[in-house]
Write a protein that binds this ligand. Structure first.
Ligand SMILES: [Zn+2]
Length: 339
């Protein structure tokens, strides 16, 4: 047996152990070790029971979170099985999603992630903690105000909490939606998971007879630096900070944001967009596709941005619905689910 397969066998054996612990003790050690093939088959059955059968995300707190954490610990994640879907659990899930193929990279535990973990274990594919995303230091975010997990779709990027200068998402793509320009510019890009949802949303808006276009998505740290410098020069730093962001503090660097508009207002990004049929439809339906109006009217003191009916941010359906129905900001929602 090679070191690798020995390691997988130990992992397999310990996964079996958790299941055995959580169900009535009805087998003896002898029964478990009669035949290595039987043990492996049993493992495949058992490990599926170990991983929860429902979507779990930041702030969730119950027995199934604890089961998930126990399984993550068994594949060597240094996290606590405290039953609370905390920053460490979010990191572990994000790290796995970055390592395994074809998964939505969200930091949210979903059924595709579950299947991929099961398959990786079955195929003896190693998952190496930290090789997808370096483990954030405990409370490092609180100290230097840097977003520790930029891949998480519930990450808060604002004037108090900035992205690392070197963060460039690995999964940028150009969504198949209308743009009012033909050049192949980097601002057409978004992260895969957000692009997919945006395509669905645009399709639905077209079916409703509307004419949405996408103006500006991903923006690199360097590009944001140049934009802020030019705005500051024209309007002064303080004024510029009300309508544009310093490098690192722009949500556009996440790749989860798109500014959208419509030809009836000459494709501009202006408050009047909110009064167009397209703007009203967006307010009503964005959440069905996992998007929120990130800077709502009347919340300027929380977001530190003026009302921007055109700036939409992908957060996933669960969070989006709660945010839009209860008229929250992302800041308020995160505060609510993590405290
Ligand atoms: Zn924007």
């Amino acid at each position: 047996m090679s070191t690798k397969s020995l390691k997988m066998f130990i992992l397999a054996a310990s996964l079996l152990f958790i299941t055995a612990c959580s169900s009535p003790a009805n087998s003896t050690d002898e029964e478990n070790h009669t035949d290595s093939r039987t043990t492996a088959e049993e493992l495949n059955k058992n490990e599926k029971q170990d991983l929860p059968d429902k979507t779990l995300q930041k702030g969730d707190q119950d027995k199934s979170v604890q089961h998930l954490q126990a399984a993550l610990k068994e594949i060597n994640y240094p996290i606590e099985a405290n039953g609370k879907f905390d920053a460490e659990t979010t990191w572990a899930i994000t790290d796995i999603q970055l390592q395994l193929d074809d998964l939505d990279i969200t930091g949210i535990y979903d059924m595709d992630t579950k299947e991929a973990i099961n398959k990786a274990v079955k195929d003896k594919q190693e998952i190496n903690p930290g090789s997808g995303l370096k483990q954030p230091e405990k409370d490092s975010g609180a100290k230097d105000k840097t977003v520790a997990n930029p891949y998480e779709i519930l990450s808060v990027v604002n004037k108090q909490s900035a992205l690392p200068a070197d963060y460039t998402p690995v999964d940028l793509v150009v969504p198949d939606i209308p743009f009012p320009f033909t050049e192949d510019l980097p601002k057409k890009q978004m992260r895969k998971v957000a692009a997919k949802a945006l395509e669905e949303m645009f399709e639905a808006s077209e079916e409703a007879g509307l004419d949405l276009v996408a103006q500006s998505g991903y923006r690199s740290f360097e590009r944001q630096e140049a934009i802020f410098a030019s705005n500051s020069q024209e309007h002064g730093k303080e004024a510029a900070n009300n309508f544009s962001a310093r490098a690192g503090e722009s949500e556009h660097q996440t790749g989860l944001t798109m500014d959208v508009t419509t030809p009836s207002i000459e494709n501009q990004l202006i408050i009047e967009f909110g009064e167009t049929e397209e703007g009203k439809w967006l307010q009503q339906h964005a959440a069905d596709y996992g998007y929120i109006i990130r800077y709502p009217k009347g919340k300027e003191d929380i977001t530190n941005y003026q009302y921007e009916p055109w700036h939409i941010r992908y957060v996933g359906k669960k969070a989006a619905k709660e945010i839009m129905i209860n008229e929250l900001t992302l800041e308020e929602y995160i505060e609510k689910i993590t405290n």
